[in-house]
Write a protein of this length. Structure first.
Length: 76
């Protein structure tokens, strides 16, 4: 089961780290970085069912209207 409870001690710092990882990359390199990171984290999770749940939740979040609540599909 996908666990969406907050676990990051400093989510803002993690966000800054993710943004900085894209610094000086071309759009193509940035997409490749995202893909590589997703694959590394998917391997770390190691559970296909959990990954499917995460993908579905992420897709709902992308398609959610601006200002949607968590119940409407935005990420936790």
């Amino acid at each position: 089961m996908l666990d969406t409870a907050p676990k990051l001690a400093d989510p803002d710092a993690v966000f800054v780290t993710l943004v900085r990882a894209h610094h000086d990359l071309s759009p193509e390199e940035s997409r490749r970085l995202d893909a590589a990171l997703v694959l590394l984290l998917a391997n770390h999770i190691g559970d296909g069912a959990v990954l499917e749940q995460a993908i579905e939740q992420a897709r709902r979040a992308v398609r959610a209207p601006t200002g949607a609540t968590e119940d409407q599909g935005t990420p936790p």
